[in-house]
Design a protein around this ligand. Structure first.
Ligand code: IMP
Ligand code: MG
Length: 184
């Protein structure tokens, strides 16, 4: 073992510990189970960032669900998106008539989710809601209702628990702010 992992040198501050993240997944999963009681969910995680949160969240959802993933890319730099969204991997099954819950890691401008919720509606879903682990409301430009939020975060660059900078840091078990010199 290399002692404290070398990724930790790039971390400015831990925002949410493993315990707090587990607690958030449980709280949101229980709320979703209540809200959708008697229904079936089509849960769509947005790759790759949401995969870690999604795995924890669905184990606290106590109603039948289909689990799926989409991969999208927004054109832009590594730390901010430009607004255009391209679908890299679509859902495996039809969403027509389904109660869709989109699971995201972090909402920034909201561009990605505005596009995806409109896409789902145009495909004829019964209902589409959003569950995000983290929300950065200060950066929002698209007007989308976010139905389930784990935590609101300040306008800093976040990594860990699935969330990356240039594809790294996803495997950190906590959510943290990256040191500015790492991405500026
Ligand atoms: P939006 O379309 O601007 O809401 O961007 C959402 C996507 O940008 C998220 O799914 C993340 O992939 C990425 N993103 C936004 N903020 C951060 C951050 O602080 N750290 C890492 N990725 C981020
Ligand atoms: Mg993402």
């Amino acid at each position: 073992m290399n002692g404290p992992c070398e990724m930790e040198r790039d971390i400015k501050k831990i925002l949410y510990t493993e315990e707090q993240l587990t607690e958030a997944a449980k709280r949101l999963g229980e709320q979703i189970s209540k809200d959708y009681e008697g229904r079936q969910l089509y849960v769509i995680g947005i790759l790759k960032g949401a995969s870690v949160f999604m795995a924890d969240l669905i184990r606290h959802i106590r109603i039948p669900l289909l689990m799926d993933y989409m991969a999208v890319s927004s054109y832009g730099t590594e730390t901010s998106s430009t607004g255009e969204v391209k679908i890299i991997k679509d859902t495996d099954f039809s969403v027509v008539g389904k109660d869709v819950l989109i699971v995201e890691d972090i909402i920034d401008t909201g561009t990605t989710l505005e596009y995806l919720t409109q896409l789902m509606r145009s495909r004829g879903v019964n209902d589409v809601r959003i569950c995000t682990l983290l929300d950065k409301p200060s950066r929002r430009t698209a007007h989308i209702p976010v139905d389930y939020v784990g935590f609101e975060v300040p306008n800093e660059f976040i990594v860990g628990y699935g969330i990356d900078y240039a594809e790294f840091y996803r495997n950190l078990p906590y959510v943290a702010c990256l040191k500015e010199e790492k991405y500026e």
